[in-house]
Design a protein around this ligand. Sequence first.
Ligand code: SER
Length: 314
Amino acid sequence: MKKIMITGALGQIGTELVLKCRSLYGNDNVLATDIREPEPASSLSNGPFEILDVTDRKHMNQLVESFQPDTLMHMAALLSAKAEKNPIFAWDLNMGGLMNALEVAREYDLQFFTPSSIGAFGPSTPKVNTPQVTIQRPTSMYGVNKVAGELLCQYYFEKFNVDTRSVRFPGLISHVKEPGGGTTDYAVDIYFQAVRQGKYTSYIAQDTYMDMMFMDDAIDAIIQLMEADGVKLINRNAYNLSAMSIEPEMVKASIQEYLPDFELSYDVDPQRQAIADSWPNSIDVSCARAEWGFDPKYDLNKMTEVMLEAIKQK
Ligand code: SER
């Protein structure tokens, strides 16, 4: 992995992934692309950037032709809550974009990464310690897209020998870029509001456990998986990943260690709650640990400390 093209570079993961890849492989070796222009003073202005609508395969091909990457990281996608509001658009963007990216990877022999999600599980999946290989019958459009995406990655690996690699990300928590349109976003918003307002109203109900991970661990996991010896990778669809299984009261208690007056109340959003209820409480990450050494560094309290401090500095 030396020359990388990244789609969805202005998204929640893409923003930090581009910077990390540039620091490892050189600014000029990482082409960031997104459907929108970055802000004029964006952190991404330290290297090449191109506008790209991932549903435009011809343009994607042209960018690969001219940049000549050896790796494609396809991050552009609509998250779960937004996808549920506009399912047909979500299908077109999430599946159309992924097919284009896989086809480009096949044609130009690129190593390939795209994230799946805990959203690829559904209400009939075992909820606790969810195995790597298990029932996947999600009930959201986002989940349907993710399962289809996982199967496509496996298919392109087996049928066309494309070096596809993927993970099932849990909710990702970052102070750099706020997410947009996910079900797990509460676990990011809560930190920003704790610093700005001293209180937060959660749209996810008390006792709703979901897996989460700090963004630094997520980015490190992508790099580690992409650098891993392919021979050791048994799972070519997507590896379960998580660093913690948490619910809102646990985040509250952790924040109160630093901000004792922080208050948490609830105003549950039925749509996002239904999605959260259909996902696992905690997933088993033993395959990722065994096959390529996944080893997240942040637990809830360590993450809380870093989040609150970074948001205060802003
Ligand atoms: N964080 C994502 C979402 O909530 C899950 O993949 O949609």
